[in-house]
Design a protein around this ligand. Structure first.
Ligand SMILES: NC(=O)c1ccc[n+]([C@@H]2O[C@H](COP(=O)([O-])OP(=O)(O)OC[C@H]3O[C@@H](n4cnc5c(N)ncnc54)[C@H](OP(=O)(O)O)[C@@H]3O)[C@@H](O)[C@H]2O)c1
Length: 336
């Protein structure tokens, strides 16, 4: 049987998704974005990837976050996205906001990693080919490269914009002092840094403590949070052990060692607070991030449509009572 041609839901902008302005820019991003780090590679069934992408767009998720080496194997998440573009999303390109990045390990030899002009320019060209796109909406320097002059990396981002291959640029995981230099370098060349992308969740507040969120806001950049569910820890996934099909069972990026007795106690206690709010733990964890206007969007990962559905339900209630916030702090600080 041939699957019918994809036709997105006519109600995609009327089903609860809200859009936040991305710093001082004309761009609006959905409060929940979909990341393709896991579950979209060539080791995963394409049918599941396609179903998640359709579900996301049908529910107002316009922003898809990729990088050159997402998979596994490297490049294959972009290839899957390229197939999705071809099969489904091509007529809707102007409704989509697509991100890619480079700066981590990608291809062998001296030019397949880090932040040189040589590496980043080649990587973006490869990404565009894999994704069947003429341009990306935002290209990120994936991490700060201590060996390459920052000016070289930043000038490459400027030139990508001038060439029309990226509409906007961003930085990911930059330390505060280097982020400062990056914001300045780009602004002086009339290329606004649209986004800072960093890890931020209930269990990991380091970037907020370091002032990275405030720094992004002060520089007119949006802040977009990755791993908002701490790779699944901040969900019901591990309440009763480690499921065989979970990211932790794969053991590559989420190690079993992190699920200590103390962490499990916190997860269980947070789960109780979530239940009291009529939410799942995943919903509450995302809502907790979105209560803060400095957070432009959260990039969720999901391995199924039902997880994505659960995550989208977070938008139904993103306000917290003082009591709930105090209890959450108490739990996260380990004083439960
Ligand atoms: N800039 C960077 O350096 C960087 C780094 C990391 C990530 N990112 C971006 O951020 C995105 C998200 O990162 P992430 O995948 O770590 O995000 P996450 O949302 O914290 O974790 C996603 C995982 O949590 C589990 N999960 C999600 N929703 C769930 C639900 N409702 N109930 C139960 N379990 C649920 C799933 O695990 P199972 O697979 O076990 O089902 C899923 O794969 C990435 O795809 C990528 O785009 C960027």
């Amino acid at each position: 049987m041939i699957n019918p041609v994809y036709s997105p839901s006519a109600a995609r902008y009327d089903c609860g998704m809200r859009y936040r302005r991305c710093g001082r820019s004309g761009v609006l991003l959905p409060e929940i974005s979909l990341g393709m780090w896991h579950n979209f590679g060539d080791m995963n069934p394409f049918s599941n990837a396609l179903a998640m992408a359709h579900y996301a767009f049908d529910h107002g998720i316009t922003h898809f976050d990729l990088a050159n080496n997402y998979g596994p194997s490297y490049g294959s998440a972009e290839e899957s996205f390229g197939q999705i573009m071809k099969k489904s999303f091509r007529p809707y390109r102007d409704e989509l906001f697509v991100a890619t990045k480079a700066g981590y390990d990608m291809w062998p030899g001296p030019y397949g990693n880090w932040g040189s002009r040589k590496s980043l320019m080649a990587s973006l060209d490869q990404s565009l080919r894999r994704m069947n796109l003429d341009y990306v909406d935002v290209f990120y320097s994936h991490r700060y490269d201590p060996e390459t002059p920052l000016e070289e990396t930043m000038q490459t981002l400027v030139d990508m914009v001038r060439q029309g291959k990226a509409l906007y640029v961003g930085i990911s995981k930059y330390p505060a002092d280097k982020a400062d230099e990056a914001y300045r370098y780009l602004a002086e060349r009339d290329v606004h840094c649209l986004l800072y992308q960093g890890r931020y969740n209930l269990f990991d507040r380091v970037l907020d403590e370091q002032g990275i969120l405030a720094q992004a806001r002060d520089n007119g950049a949006g802040f977009i949070a990755f791993s908002p569910l701490a790779q699944g820890l901040l969900t019901s996934r591990y309440l009763d052990g480690v499921p065989e099909d979970s990211r932790m069972a794969q053991g590559r990026f989420l190690k079993r060692e992190v699920l200590t007795g103390a962490v499990l106690e916190k997860i269980k206690a947070l789960n109780e607070v979530a239940s009291g709010r009529g939410q799942t733990l995943a919903e509450m964890s995302l809502a907790w991030l979105l209560k803060d206007e400095t957070v432009t969007s959260v990039i969720v990962g999901a391995s199924s449509v039902s997880q994505l559905e659960d995550n989208l339900n977070a938008l139904r209630n993103v306000s917290f009572s003082d009591g709930e916030l105090a209890r959450i702090e108490q739990i996260c600080e380990g004083q439960a």
